[in-house]
Ligand binder design. Structure first.
Ligand SMILES: [Zn+2]
Length: 254
């Protein structure tokens, strides 16, 4: 899975136009309204440190997160460290976290037939069930944030939401088949997100943040433990309710 994780989706002009068109063509348009600002923290793939460090930090602040698992990555080593195994699934569910779907094989869903992806979603559901998941995932995160209108239009109804990686506040008109999310890594993410939190607090909007590993020395795709804790502290001070993705969606009042 190391090779798959090092994969970077194409950045040529046509791919960029297609990506934008896919984002704009809503497959599940909805109006979202909440009575408090909302924050969801997601861990994709996911590395073991998202459990040992990430869940510990969330739980210490009374929060829970969503873990988007690719079962094909279980028990492998990747660029973000060792990945989860069945014990981690049990630990997370026992503590009240959500286990979401990230496809079985973590392929670029914009570059293959939607039918292949649907098979991968079913395979992931079965594999996660064997690993101890107690019900099929209700939320999906596209690997690399890549999707297609065909896929968005044919998602199994068991998914209440699907998440991309394009930044934005989820409030008012949204596409439940491609929710916006902010990376909790990369140059200056903390300062940028702090400003976005303030704007979202005024609009009672929903911020979804995603990362991979969590430690004092994270990978390029991971988050420093102290930064994750500081983010949760800021969110609390601004009046955010912190919930897993599906639980947050269930709090919508419109
Ligand atoms: Zn991923």
């Amino acid at each position: 899975m190391t090779i798959a994780d090092a994969y970077i989706p194409p950045r040529d002009f046509i791919s960029k136009v297609r990506r934008r068109a896919t984002q704009w063509r809503a497959a599940r348009p909805a109006q979202l309204k909440f009575d408090t600002p909302m924050l969801s923290i997601c861990f994709d793939d996911f590395p073991v440190t998202a459990v040992t460090e990430g869940a510990r930090i969330l739980e210490a602040r009374g929060a829970r997160g969503t873990y988007y698992a690719s079962a094909g990555m279980a028990d492998t080593d990747g660029p973000c460290g060792r990945n989860f195994n069945a014990r981690d699934i049990e630990t997370l569910l026992d503590a009240g976290h959500e286990v979401g779907c990230h496809t079985y094989d973590h392929a670029d869903c914009a570059r293959r037939d939607a039918f292949e992806t649907l098979r991968s979603l079913a395979k992931n559901r079965d594999a996660l069930s064997e690993m101890g998941a107690r019900e099929p995932s209700r939320s999906l995160a596209y690997p690399y944030g890549e999707t297609s209108h065909q896929l968005k239009s044919h998602l199994p109804p068991r998914f209440y939401s699907a998440r991309g990686i394009l930044p934005g506040i989820n409030v008012g008109r949204v596409d439940l088949a491609q929710l916006h999310a902010f990376a909790l890594f990369g140059e200056g993410w903390r300062a940028k997100l702090q400003e976005t939190l303030k704007r979202a607090a005024k609009r009672k909007g929903w911020i979804i943040g995603f990362t991979h590993d969590v430690s004092d020395t994270p990978s390029a795709w991971g988050t420093k433990a102290a930064d994750l804790d500081a983010l949760l502290n800021s969110a609390r001070e601004l009046g955010f309710t912190v919930l897993p993705v599906t639980a947050a969606l269930e709090r919508r009042i419109a």
